[in-house]
Design a protein around this ligand. Structure first.
Ligand SMILES: N[C@@H](CCC(=O)N[C@@H](CS)C(=O)NCC(=O)O)C(=O)O
Length: 209
């Protein structure tokens, strides 16, 4: 199985999941040019990571990639162990919230020129989206008030939230009123799989917001 990633991108989530499986896998690290190359567009025509190639099977879209890893290596419990239907749905709810609502809200911050051309409009858009992301992150912060992980036990949903928090720090979002994230970041960064992924991707732990 080969996983395609970009360092520090959302592809960290399936990368950590593969580390948790303790199975062998291959890694291909792409950059902003190679992710749009003809060779990679034949794997993922959307030119984005993550993608998995496993024999004749190609899987793209973060949650689908995680679902494939979970189906192939169920003992790794990447979505939790022996969870009830309601618990499985709760994990999927958090993954969907982070993947569709929160993740996509970063796009205008990373590339405002893809949305509006005027520079004042770009600045306005960034201000608006920063506030929107801060508002969205109130939900996981509240959830972490009474538990160490989003659904009680560590799953890939927590890793996705962690990746989002690294982006929030990079984009200098003011999350100072959210008191539960720094301890959460410490918990996630002490995970052996996360530590190994950070090493392989050549990035650094953030330690706090
Ligand atoms: N909906 C896609 C979104 C994937 C996505 O946005 N990936 C980003 C990295 S986090 C990417 O590959 N961007 C390509 C680029 O930077 O050119 C998924 O869930 O896999």
């Amino acid at each position: 199985m080969k996983l395609y990633i970009m360092p520090g991108a959302c592809s960290m989530v399936p990368h950590v999941a593969l580390e948790w499986t303790k199975e062998d896998y291959e890694l291909e690290i792409l950059d902003h040019d190679s992710v749009k190359s003809d060779a990679y567009l034949r794997i993922n025509p959307q030119g984005s990571v993550p993608a998995i190639v496993d024999g004749d099977t190609i899987v793209t879209q973060n949650i689908a990639v995680q679902t494939y890893i979970d189906a192939k290596y169920p003992d790794a419990d990447i979505f939790g162990a022996n969870e009830s239907p309601a618990q499985r749905a709760e994990i999927m709810q958090w993954l969907a919230f982070i993947n569709s609502d929160v993740h996509k809200s970063f796009a205008p911050l990373f590339g405002p020129d893809g949305f509006v051309t005027d520079e004042t409009a770009q600045a306005d858009l960034k201000t608006h989206m920063k506030k929107k992301i801060v508002d969205l992150l109130a939900h996981p912060n509240k959830q972490l008030e009474t538990r160490d992980y989003l659904t009680g036990t560590k799953t890939t949903a927590d890793i996705y939230l962690y990746v989002i928090l690294t982006w929030a720090k990079k984009m200098e979002l003011d999350l100072s009123s959210y008191k539960n994230f720094n301890a959460f970041i410490s918990r996630i960064e002490s995970d052996a799989g996360v530590t190994e992924v950070i090493r392989q991707e050549g990035i650094s732990k953030i330690e706090s917001l």
